[in-house]
Ligand binder design. Sequence first.
Ligand SMILES: C[S@@+](CC[C@H](N)C(=O)[O-])C[C@H]1O[C@@H](n2cnc3c(N)ncnc32)[C@H](O)[C@@H]1O
Ligand code: SF4
Ligand code: SF4
Length: 394
Amino acid sequence: MLTFNNKYIIFKDVIFKKDGSLSYRLPKELVNILKVHNSSNKICDIDDEYIKYFKNNSVFVEDDIYYNPFVKIEEANKFRLFIQLTDNCNLNCRHCFQGDKRKKSKSMSFEYIKDLIFEAINLGIYSIDFTGGEIFTLEYIDDLLIFLSNLPVRTSLFTNLAFLSENDLDAIINCSGIDNIITSIDYFDPEKHDIFRGKKGAFKSTIKNIKFLKENDVSILVNTMLLKNNRKDIMKLVKYFEKINIKTRLDTVTIKGNAKKNKDLFFINEISNYIYDIYKDLGYSDQDLYESIINSKCGVGETLLYFDCNGEFQLCPGLTSDYNEKFKIGDTLAEAIQNLNSFRISCKENSCEYHGVCTYGCRERALEYSDSIFGKDFRMCELLNSLYKNMYVL
Ligand SMILES: C[S@@+](CC[C@H](N)C(=O)[O-])C[C@H]1O[C@@H](n2cnc3c(N)ncnc32)[C@H](O)[C@@H]1O
Ligand code: SF4
Ligand code: SF4
């Protein structure tokens, strides 16, 4: 049977690869023709020239499984659904924000998640990401990746990539919907990483899996925590990953869960100059840094729908009903979308000289340090201050 290649999605008049590597704008008339033929499951009937063109470019393939690439055009297209499948984990990290919650670990059932994904697709959502805990502790995770392959969604997986089975790795490689794998490495020294992550062998296993997946063309991003004693490791890590074409994102620890018990490892405040210096040492120009700051919107209160493993929609993984009942935005997806449309979270320090360029940083940090989700995120303020002090031209 001639069908669409499940590596592609068609959204409005753009056809793109789920991994983001290719996109083409199609003439509207052609999109309509494809839609009509696809809905009657007869894409073979269209003009020979088109068939030839799409076959040559692997957009049409011979397959037994029918694949519908069209994203439903609805208001909800802008949303990103971020699902916490479980809070169970195979590691026990010193900074993990879940802390003791994990002792009574909870997981969503496969059936429940499948229904939620179908509901999201029916509402027009085509960006669905998964996190934990550790998602590869779930029995059904490989089946979920197979299930996702034949749906018009792109997905990012947050996983420590430690101790995965061969089947897990195969499932990742063969899943057509994966946009990015976001994993964690915090030290270049295996022993230090293992102590921080609470399990011997974690470093070796994660690095081996990163390399294996990269060799098999899976896109990887490494999340690294800025810690008091890992500055030298960060330099080596970033360079090591750069050589194999992998980006590293530096992140700061929020002091909650396990991090509260290990405060001496983390910076509490006043680290923006430290962050600035690290980026400089890594060879970033002020302009690069400025662009990475202004392009770093997380979507909280605008496009992010976070569904936690208790079955509740929350503002984000940080701003949950544990802080305030108002941060629970719904019990159902439709309710969450409706509530999010009426939420507007920004920094209300209107007299701030950076207000026009600021993306307002982290609203959980604003809440922690200035008692309001509309307050200033001191780290963002300091970072912009360091930048503007040091830049000649913006
Ligand atoms: C919740 S984990 C889930 C994926 C996986 N278990 C892992 O650690 O990579 C996602 C990311 O959150 C980070 N993280 C955990 N606790 C944190 C905290 N207290 N502050 C900031 N980031 C944290 C982890 O290091 C990881 O990069
Ligand atoms: S940070 Fe990730 S790997 Fe570490 S304990 Fe938490 S969920 Fe597990
Ligand atoms: S977060 Fe800080 S820098 Fe940004 S607008 Fe608010 S006060 Fe200004």
